[in-house]
Ligand binder design. Sequence first.
Ligand code: NDP
Length: 606
Amino acid sequence: MTSEVTTRTDTSTGDPTASDMDGLRERYRYERDRRIRADGTAQYRATTGEFGYYADDPWSSATERAARTDHVDALVVGGGFGGLTAAARLRDAGLERIRIVDTAGDVGGTWYWNRYPGIACDIESSIYLPMLEEIGTMPSRKYPPGEEIRGHARAIAERFDLYRDALFGTGITSLAWDDDAGHWRVRTDRGDDMSARYVVVSSGPFNRPKLPGIPGIEDFTGHTFHTSRWDFGWTGGDATGGLDRIGGKRIAVIGTGATAIQCVPHLAEGAEHLYVVQRTPSAVDTRDDAPYDERWWTSLQPGWQRRRREDFLHRMNMHPPLLGDDDGVADRWTDTAPIRGVRRYARTRDTESLAEALEIADAEKMDELRARVDAVVEDPATAAALKPWYRQMCKRPTFSDRYLQAFNRENVTLLDTGGQGVERITADALVVGGTEYPVDAIVFATGFELGADPATRAGADVRGRDGLPLARRWSDGLHTLHGWVSRGFPNLFHVGALQNSASVNFAHVLEEQASHIAAVVGEAGRRGASVVEPSAESEDAWVATIRERAVDQQGFLAECTPGYYNFEGRPRKRNEQFGGGPVEFHEVLRSWRDGGMSDVLGEGAR
Ligand code: NDP
């Protein structure tokens, strides 16, 4: 314990604080235990059937077109930032025909589907938006609004001429490797039967919305929608707010994650009455958004985006910063509990273990966030219910200067369910704690299906050499070289979080993967290599590295309140990430490329 912490309990509230670690642990355990459910991840239901949001595209209507039977150099599954940057870098590598295929009506991925009021990214514009320097756009503000992000995705597609061959409103149904022809045969739900020399799969982690399996959900006769398919026809307004059609409506929003944090203030402004239904409160830090300063922007020296991105990656992954605080991103992400813990450990390593330093720093950070709730929310009972009782990285950190404030409005009620969720839904009401709350509409801010089998996530049947299904090849765990390519599946590349290393600035690591794939494809072209496929030795060696370097997060996650980070309280290994973190992983890729790539391009590769 240090002198920085002086009280054991907050005397005004009786809550345990950082100086009473036992009390705090006990409280965290209590909050976790009362939320653990026997049905775990099975508690959710898919957005199919009468809740067919998954198949709905509110933003574009399907256009008739003839089925395609042509050949392309590269087919990219998914037009989000992973697929877009892969396509753009493949264009740089000299490929002529590049076809993005997406179920959406345009590029943008998660930013295409999610247009709810208040949508914005909470990673700084300068490091989140890919290829900013190349495209030459100055973002309007520190945290980019969703519309601006979507506009940027379109600008990338235009700059690299990716619309020419793209197919939107189209889902891939099967990918089959034809060894004689040396290409992939690709079929879709629009009757296309095409071929592609290379296929890149980048289907994204948040592509399937999910709903809570609340008893009676089908009986509700009022209006419903999921936040990723926002019904502006019903609410009025747009992604910037101004919901002018809900003035006489009583609305319930179910869920209080990162999405709800952003849309609740807008619903609160427009609705006659808003019920925010909470199972577990988010930890809400300050946001401090502001317009970008043009003088600062124009003073940035060439190569700035790579430098800032690398610096952020270093800061977020326990490496010394590359830039000073005035030049790099120094925001609330760089002040999250683990970062503070590592800084603390640098001072206290003679007296504390790293685990102790991390836990104390976490407790102090969460004390601050809980104190912020008291400072902002006027009603003490509401404030008490909005306080998060878990370690900060148990759930996704959130940042808002408007969410907690919304609970000071007369027309907003927090329906805290004591961790139990909604009891029942009737034809016209929610039942929480035995009380019925009549509502006209329910907005589901209940997130996305995670943990789907990576082999089938894109929704396609993938078969490699000799018709081997990818799902079978990976049935005992993933087998890849560096996460992007797998033996038996030549010229098929994966972009996403598979046996590599992710980061909170996901757009950055996706672009690294995209550039890597394009560099190998470019080299394959120069050498006249017919296939890109790892040798058995090289793939086995990487799988062994993944196992050896695995960081066991399961102990930490088992102590957490349930959520998608820990598979609703039953942590299991997720895709087996590289334990060395993204900074080292990018170095692994660089030195592998410098090593000549012979284990994927050489004769020995097959
Ligand atoms: P989440 O999965 O994070 O949140 C779902 C919410 O629904 C949780 O609060 C959950 O409670 C609640 N919930 C689920 N079932 C019930 C139930 N039966 N009764 C009451 N509440 C229930 O989804 P989000 O859409 O908020 O966020 C998904 C991800 O999208 C984020 O984690 C983030 O990675 C990304 N995102 C990123 C943003 C950015 O700025 N970059 C902005 C928005 C989202 P409980 O916690 O108890 O399970």
